[in-house]
Write a protein that binds this ligand. Structure first.
Ligand SMILES: *[C@@H]1O[C@H](CO)[C@@H](O)[C@H](O)[C@H]1NC(C)=O
Ligand SMILES: *[C@@H]1O[C@H](CO)[C@@H](O)[C@H](O)[C@H]1NC(C)=O
Length: 184
């Protein structure tokens, strides 16, 4: 019984560790509206409350018959000048991974769309994770190094849901409580 509890405790610890280490977030531009000229979406308002970090993914979802995505310089962005983009994306579901901090300027290169407001400035402030360190949780009394960690893809998909993270933290607390009482 105690060894099963111990194993569960180790697994919970490993899961929490993985959740905290893989912090990359996916930001869908415009949320449910996506990347569009319909509805006069203000992408500045969409971006304002968000914290973008290196490693995060910016996702543009749109109908590729009507729109595209161009990454441009600041002056091209200001002028809505689509003549020499740094990069062009046209799939309708473009996931762009942020690899450096600073401003990342995007607009739709279809004539008139940038002028109509289909443009976004992704300002990446931070380069490193500021997630709480695993030491915030009581360490198990046996070395955790031998515990097989969950695959990073599992951790990444779990991480999308704050409620799952909350449940896991709650679960871990209970497991640790049971574990310490049985071990004593
Ligand atoms: C747009 O950018 C290109 C390349 O940087 C430049 O040659 C051109 O003059 C610009 N056009 C306008 C209208 O600013
Ligand atoms: C876009 O791609 C992501 C995976 O990269 C997927 O999860 C999402 O459902 C796709 N969206 C659409 C509208 O196909």
């Amino acid at each position: 019984m105690a060894s099963v509890t111990k194993a569960v405790a180790l697994l919970a610890t490993a899961t929490l560790f993985a959740l905290q280490v893989s912090y990359a977030a996916v930001h869908k531009v415009g949320d449910s509206a996506g990347w569009t000229t319909i509805g006069n979406i203000d992408y500045k308002i969409w971006a304002a409350p968000k914290t973008f970090q290196v490693g995060d993914i910016i996702r543009f979802e749109y109908n590729p018959q009507f729109h595209n995505v161009m990454r441009v310089t600041h002056s091209m962005y200001r002028a809505c000048n689509a003549s020499a983009p740094l990069a062009t994306y046209t799939t309708g579901n473009d996931s762009i991974t942020i690899t450096r901090k600073g401003h990342h300027y995007f607009f739709c290169g279809v004539p008139g769309h940038c002028q109509a407001g289909q443009k976004v400035d992704i300002n990446v402030l931070r380069t490193t994770a500021t997630a709480p360190t695993p030491s915030a949780f009581p360490p198990p009394s046996v070395p955790a190094t031998k515990a097989p960690g969950p695959s990073s893809s599992t951790a990444a998909s779990l991480r999308d849901s704050n409620s799952i993270t909350g449940i896991l933290i709650g679960l871990a607390m209970i497991v640790f409580a049971v574990f310490s009482s049985t071990a004593a």
